[in-house]
Design a protein around this ligand. Structure first.
Ligand SMILES: [Zn+2]
Length: 341
């Protein structure tokens, strides 16, 4: 389907009651300005739990990841508000929150669960963190109660993080900053949670959006074993920070390019311009997506647009495309393929 047809269908409801001129104006604006934010968030907050996040009006197609039960709850509230025509949603458990879940048998006590999945730090430090943590959630029940394949367009954010340390308040909250301690989530536990969510993606033939920090071969092996055999599952490596060698000799060599995406962000991939450009040049254009990885409820639309515009400019440059618009159109098409359209 052409972009114009997709837009017409999507905005049909919004157009009711508007004059033809207003409708055309709206369509032209959208066609001019449709960027892609393939991976973004809303704030994880205990305080704002029951307040629908206000997200900016912006002509950006986006996919809101969920990382935990708190932001998932907010995304559900948003989904029932009006401002969501251009939004898709992901369902996931981010490795930074993986300790809040268990798989398999229910642990005897909250404390025994956390003692099993956490490591590092002094006994005191561990005890203080555990005292603040909620009873762990049964991941299968969470999926059974909350996951809805009709509403969810991808499984994400999921992944593994070898560097991450828990903040002293037990888990990362966007509006409650706490210093980092030395307690970590065991890699075996992160892997359990990751595998369960890969299985969910396979069950529903959904794409996945993956976070991976400092464990490139483990991540590659898991994806090769659990996702690669399933032709309908597409993979997006979000803000990829591995080496170009890993990208080339593992991911690009073994995964069909139709099923592999790397979404680049300005704040991670373009801290320095040259490595960012080199990453883009290594990637076939059909594998590239753009993302902010920002929390939309705390960011102005101008800033979101600036981030994405910057990235499209870099893509046009790295791939020596005829124009900015060509790059933007290619990313839009890639995003439609990622979502399965
Ligand atoms: Zn993210």
């Amino acid at each position: 389907m052409t972009i114009a047809k997709t837009l017409v269908l999507r905005f049909w409801k919004k157009w009711k009651g508007k004059t033809l001129n207003e409708q055309i104006e709206q369509l032209v604006t959208l066609m001019d300005d449709l960027y892609v934010d393939a991976h973004c968030h809303v704030t994880t907050s205990l305080e704002r739990r029951n307040v629908t996040p206000k997200i900016p009006e912006a002509a950006i197609e986006r996919c809101f990841m969920s990382n935990n039960t708190f932001d998932w709850h907010q995304i559900k509230l948003m989904k029932s508000s009006n401002n969501m025509d251009l939004s898709s949603i992901g369902f996931g458990v981010h490795p930074w929150y993986s300790h809040l879940y268990y798989t398999g048998e229910a642990p005897a006590t909250t404390q025994s669960h956390y003692l099993q999945v956490l490591q590092g730090g002094t006994a005191d430090e561990l005890e203080q963190i555990i005292a603040q943590l909620p009873p762990p959630i049964n991941l299968s029940e969470y999926i059974a109660n909350e996951f809805d394949p009709v509403r969810v367009c991808c499984v994400g954010e999921i992944g593994l993080d070898k560097l991450f340390r828990l903040p002293k308040n037990g888990f990362y909250q966007g509006d409650q900053h706490a210093p980092l301690g030395r307690v970590r989530v065991r890699m075996e536990h992160q892997v359990q949670i990751f595998k369960a969510l890969c299985a969910l993606a396979v069950r529903h033939s959904l794409p996945v959006s993956i976070h991976c920090v400092k464990c490139p071969s483990l991540m590659y092996d898991l994806c090769k074993e659990h996702l690669l055999p399933h032709a309908a599952v597409k993979i997006c490596l979000h803000s990829f920070t591995g080496s170009l060698e890993t990208l080339e000799s593992f991911w690009l060599a073994k995964f069909p390019h139709e099923r592999l995406f790397v979404s680049v962000s300005r704040y991670i991939n373009f801290k320095n311009t040259e490595p960012g450009i080199q990453l883009l040049q290594k990637l076939p254009l059909k594998c590239v997506l753009t993302e902010t990885d920002f929390t939309w409820d705390t960011t102005e639309s101008d800033q979101l647009l600036q981030e994405l515009e910057f990235l499209v400019r870099q893509i046009a440059r790295a791939h020596e495309l005829d124009s900015f618009e060509v790059a933007k159109g290619a990313i839009y098409q890639n995003f439609q393929r990622f979502k399965g359209h």
